[in-house]
Design a protein. Structure first.
Lengths: 150, 180
């Protein structure tokens, strides 16, 4: 019983913490961000199972987290507002070659982050980028300029 | 036809097109509200850390407490805020007027053993007696200073009261808050 309550509390607290950490821990995981994911995950597991490390307790904890995830996922598809709160919304970082400074500052992103994403898509120069969009999963989508524009 | 209606859904525009060119679904108003919310959450987290540093959630300066029985026979140092399943020590000092016939006797309420999870007493009492809603421990007295340590490890959160006294003397009653 206590484990289930700890799981529910831990799940939502972790969700809140990761969510307010901005979106970068997801898709653009660097070594720096690995530290957060492993350390936070390791700490929360201690409080979740407590002293009871039995197979029964750990199995119930896994089932609880899985069920919570399923319920929250279902609720997200039914309620777009909840989805926006949990996953966030896409954000335009670069529009027609102009940095959207409010979005960049708000998401604590540097132009280098956008260019790093651009390079993975074979875009070598800043001038080739028409739009850069920070997606909900933390990835940065790059939309290149039309051929005639370049 | 009815089945087709159930299994399909018309394509809807996600809205918030950028420059009327790409569908992004951006919502800057929402995002600005979210950044404000983030700042509030981090402010709360910072306050929680300061409170924890001070001992509001136990294990800090504000959590430490000490008290004496009205007759001055016992002085107890303890933590007024404990954490569930986290060990701590309650130290009880016998004052000179606590000695009774070459022994020190200590009455502790049952809550010290049950709710507060007294695991061990150091040194071990020579005699342990049970009754009157608690336990009486007897230790051979060699002189001053004299103290015993009770190792506590509360099993569950709550607000618990405990009582200490030298049998026949005046009682000390205090409260310990056990946080999750």
């Amino acid at each position: 019983m206590a484990t289930i309550i700890h799981c529910i509390a831990g799940y939502f607290f972790l969700l809140l913490t990761v969510r307010v950490l901005t979106r970068r821990p997801g898709a653009q995981m660097t070594l720096f961000e690995f530290v957060i994911v492993f350390l936070v995950g390791g700490v929360i597991i201690l409080a979740t199972v407590g002293h009871d490390r039995s197979v029964t307790n750990c199995t119930l904890a896994v089932i609880t987290v899985g069920l919570l995830h399923r319920v929250v996922s279902g609720a997200k598809t039914k309620c777009p507002k909840l989805a926006a709160v949990i996953d966030g919304k896409p954000l335009v970082l670069l529009k027609n070659g102009v940095w959207q400074q409010e979005a960049m500052n708000g998401m604590r992103l540097a132009p280098e982050d956008v260019m790093a994403s651009a390079r993975t898509k074979g875009v070598a120069k800043f001038e080739q980028i028409s739009y850069a969009v920070l997606e909900r999963n933390g990835a940065i989508s790059i939309i290149q300029k039309e051929e005639k524009d370049s | 036809m009815a089945m087709t209606d159930v299994k399909t859904k018309p394509v809807e525009d996600l809205g918030h097109k950028v420059d009327d060119a790409i569908s992004v679904g951006e919502d800057l108003d929402f995002q600005e509200r979210w950044w404000k919310f983030e700042n509030i959450v981090w402010s709360i987290f910072a306050v929680l850390l300061v409170m924890d540093f001070l001992g509001v959630f136990g294990r800090g300066v504000l959590a430490k407490a000490q008290a004496s029985t009205p007759d001055g026979a016992l002085l107890v140092k303890y933590e007024r805020i404990e954490r569930t399943l986290t060990p701590s020590v309650m130290r009880i000092y016998f004052q000179p007027n606590a000695a009774q016939g070459g022994t020190y006797k200590l009455y502790v309420s049952s809550s010290v053993v049950q709710e507060l999870g007294n695991q061990r007493i150091a040194p071990e009492p020579q005699i342990s007696a049970v009754g009157d809603g608690g336990y009486v421990y007897t230790f051979p007295a060699l002189g001053q200073p004299a103290s015993v340590s009770l190792s506590l490890e509360p099993a569950s959160p709550g607000i618990y009261h405990f009582t200490l006294r030298v049998p026949g003397g005046q009682s000390l009653e205090r409260t310990i808050v056990v946080v999750p």
